[in-house]
Design a protein around this ligand. Structure first.
Ligand code: TRP
Length: 331
């Protein structure tokens, strides 16, 4: 039997080129080697968007369309919606006994997000909800309900995978069983793309992203106004000149060049010439993706998600029978 690969996207907005190079492209490589599942993590998205459920709902279809447009094959990959697999919620409750509140508070990714969302969770995180603080547990449930061995993600997700391993270890020890494989992250060649403003993360909430579904004109405009520095020529020197280095990195990814090579290739251009070339190359690269995306119909997406739901449910029930037995709740 093939090993399982699972990953998820929070449906809070359409996907951007950070997702593309950070994660989606590596999903394509896994499709043939693993039994692959890709989930729209709507429950996780609600942990910090519970005031705006309509936004989450709309974006479920957007992120699935993005994944398919990039070239994932719905006949090979199972696409599904997190909330349609109630066993994930059930596992979250069962695992929550195995994780301390202090461990959750120390999770570096959660910590950074709480600091970023001070309007929602308070300036010192004093109003953080139980649900948000606990989302790494729910993510462990995502990864384990289908007994995944491999999780293609960006590097900021590593603490979640570590947390999942800890839960699995404790579960196996306490309940004297061996149900789950030890999940490993699969990082792609470019795990982190900065925002166009130089922020450490390209993200919808920071308004510093280029979306797969942006028009060519929007893309040109965004590249034009992307932050650089007061030097004249592009270079790859991420320590000293992070913003321009990020653009050089993107240029390299588009042209199959390592970042240093990419820097070398464009070192004689001025910033404006470089940005024009970068925007052109980016538009060329995104053109087939945009075209495919425009052709996808909502009914098609719904069909894909319905057959994905059935597949995922089968796996979930199988796992639950082992888990219930191990925890002695198999009445
Ligand atoms: N936390 C991930 C993100 O913000 C999304 C996600 C939810 C996920 N569940 C997952 C990723 C399970 C990998 C595996 O991008």
């Amino acid at each position: 039997m093939k090993k399982v690969s699972l990953t998820g996207d929070r449906p809070t907005g359409p996907l951007h080129i950070g997702h593309l190079f950070g994660s989606i492209l590596s999903r394509r490589e896994l499709e043939d080697k693993y039994e692959s599942l890709v989930m729209a993590a709507d429950i996780q998205a609600l942990t910090d968007n519970y005031e705006h459920p309509e936004k989450v709902r709309e974006n479920v279809y957007e992120v699935i369309a993005d994944n398919i447009a990039v070239g994932l094959n719905p006949n090979k990959t199972t696409f599904f919606i997190q909330s349609q697999i109630p066993q994930i919620a059930e596992l979250t409750v069962l695992y929550s006994n195995l994780v301390t509140v202090n461990t959750l508070k120390r999770n570096p990714t959660v910590k950074a997000e709480i600091a970023q969302k001070s309007d929602l969770f308070g300036h010192k995180g004093e109003s953080v909800t139980y649900g948000f603080l606990g989302y790494p547990i729910s993510q462990a449930a995502d990864i384990t309900f289908c007994r995944a061995s491999i999780v293609p993600v960006g590097e900021e997700q590593l603490p979640m995978i570590e947390q999942t391993r800890e839960i699995i270890g404790k579960f196996h020890r306490l309940y004297n069983c061996d149900i789950f494989p030890r999940p490993e992250a699969k990082l792609s060649q470019a795990p982190r793309i900065l925002g166009l403003d130089g922020n450490a993360k390209m993200s919808k909430s920071l308004n510093n992203a280029i979306y797969l579904k942006d028009t060519p004109e929007e893309t040109i405009e965004k590249i034009k106004t992307a932050k650089t520095d007061s030097e004249l020529r592009p270079v790859y020197d991420p320590e000293k000149r992070p913003e321009i280095s990020n653009l050089v990195l993107i240029y390299g990814l588009l042209n199959n060049l390592g970042p240093k090579e990419a820097g070398n290739e464009v070192k004689n251009l001025n910033y404006s010439q470089f940005k024009t070339k970068l925007a052109e190359d980016l538009n060329k690269y995104l053109e087939p993706i945009r075209q495919k995306r425009a052709e996808l119909k909502l009914v098609q997406l719904k069909e894909i998600l319905e057959s994905g739901r059935k597949n995922a449910l089968k796996k979930a029930e199988e796992t639950m029978s082992f888990v219930r037995e191990a925890m002695k709740i198999d009445y």
